[in-house]
Design a protein around this ligand. Structure first.
Ligand SMILES: [Zn+2]
Length: 68
């Protein structure tokens, strides 16, 4: 693992991939996130995209079915 990826890019805690921490890339930028920051980011995406709204999710499911 590269030096820059040993710590969470958000909270600076130690990265442990065996413990569920995520190491990957945003485009060409190497990134690493601890489980807590990953979970917070996921929650943020869910809320920002309205994925916590049942009607919105039903709409989304119908949209996905059209592609099957
Ligand atoms: Zn973190």
């Amino acid at each position: 693992m590269e030096e820059a990826l040993k710590k969470c890019n958000i909270c600076d805690s130690e990265i442990d991939e065996d413990n569920g921490d995520v190491v990957g890339e945003f485009g060409i930028c190497p990134v690493a996130f601890c489980v807590w920051c990953m979970s917070s980011m996921t929650d943020m995406v869910i809320q920002l995209n309205g994925f916590n709204d049942i009607d919105m999710l039903k709409e989304r499911i119908d949209y996905l079915k059209e592609d099957l």
